[in-house]
Design a protein around this ligand. Structure first.
Ligand code: COI
Length: 350
């Protein structure tokens, strides 16, 4: 690959950041990584000072939605060395999303090198407080100026970084949505496509207006099977065993999801990936076998579920989530090098 050209900022904003009070998702580091796709190749990888990107009004991503993204976190170990969590999984998933959205794949070397060099340059921005991290947002979009409807011929791949304070995960209440859906078989549900998130906004706002925190997404055909929660995958513990919806093309292939499956099995729990109906969860709640439920995602980590509202009434889940908390603690400890990285997940940024 071409060498990454680095232009450093002359005006670092780091001294303006109050590490004890970081507003979520609003602060960005001094630099960003950019790479252009032109004439069927990725060219000109560069790190530049954080800046606006010129947007022609006919930029195709704005009209036809060829836009995909990833979410990742960089943490620090005790020696102050930045670590990335399974970055190769994000690189691979970005390409799965790209293929589905008719976009070009990005060589994984560009993803990995761009990420490492950017995180290394802006490492001082990684918060040191326990539970904090630097959120990384790699994304790709069609930047050709063209009003016709076809795959764009030019794209940009960009990585931006945003320091994030400790995330205190309160117990959440979900609303099982039967009118709107997140994704259907054959659609774009498995891709981390911007449009999937756009489609979730209205139902989420409606659920919030009713006093819930997130939407529990059901399958598109029958509104019977559980798919995901908000922007997370979902797990249930029934009678000592864990279940999570089986990936079938409409569910996001969550990296926290796959890691939690490994961790639970490592702790000796049985985990089954299979179709799960809302009725089955209601029944388990009623007969006292529903022990825990939680969502998993990069931004939130693990979100403990308290109850699920439905059109027919409330399904009580649990008032505590001891195993989910233990898994969350283990995951967080691995991310800062405090627990042994038995799976070899962490990649140092040297
Ligand atoms: C993440 O968890 O990283 C996501 O991509 C969800 C996003 C909407 C914040």
């Amino acid at each position: 690959m071409e060498t990454i050209k680095i232009t450093k900022t002359k005006h670092s904003k780091l001294s303006e950041l109050d590490f004890d009070n970081i507003p979520l998702g609003k602060i960005f580091t001094d630099h960003m990584f950019i790479c252009d796709y032109e004439n069927r190749s990725w060219i000109n990888p560069r790190i530049v000072p954080m800046q606006n990107i010129a947007t022609h009004p006919a930029t195709m991503a704005l009209h036809y939605g060829q836009a995909i993204f990833e979410g990742m976190k960089a943490t620090l170990n005790a020696a102050g060395e930045p670590l990335l969590f399974r970055p190769e999984k994000n690189a691979a998933r970005l390409n799965t999303s790209a293929v589905r959205m008719g976009m070009p794949e990005l060589p994984e070397e560009i993803f990995a090198e761009g990420l490492k060099q950017l995180v290394s340059l802006d490492r001082e921005w990684i918060p040191k407080k326990k539970g904090s991290a630097m959120y990384l947002r790699p994304f790709m979009y069609a930047d050709e100026h063209f009003i016709g409807m076809r795959a764009a011929t030019t794209y940009k791949f960009i990585i931006i970084c945003s320091p994030a304070g400790p995330y205190f995960s309160e117990r959440i209440k979900l609303f099982a949505e039967k009118k709107y859906i997140r994704a259907a078989h054959g659609g774009t549900g498995e891709a981390k496509a911007a449009g999937n998130y756009a489609a979730a906004i209205l139902p989420t706002e409606k659920a919030k207006a009713k006093g819930y925190n997130q939407v529990l997404w059901l399958d598109a055909a029958e509104h019977k099977y559980i798919e995901e929660v908000g922007t997370m995958n979902i797990f249930f513990k029934i009678n000592g065993k864990f279940i999570t919806p089986k990936r079938d093309g409409s569910i996001l292939d969550g990296i926290t999801r796959m890691s939690v499956i490994d961790l639970l099995r490592h702790k000796g729990f049985e985990v089954t990936e299979r179709p799960i109906t809302l009725d089955e969860i209601k029944e388990a709640s009623e007969n006292g076998t529903l022990e825990e439920a939680f969502g998993t995602g990069t931004a939130v980590g693990i979100a403990y579920i308290q109850e699920i509202g439905t059109d027919e009434g409330t399904i009580h889940v649990s008032d505590d989530s001891p195993v989910a908390k233990e898994v969350n603690d283990t995951l967080n400890a691995i991310k800062i090098g405090e627990s042994e990285d038995v799976f070899g997940w962490m990649v140092p940024v040297s």
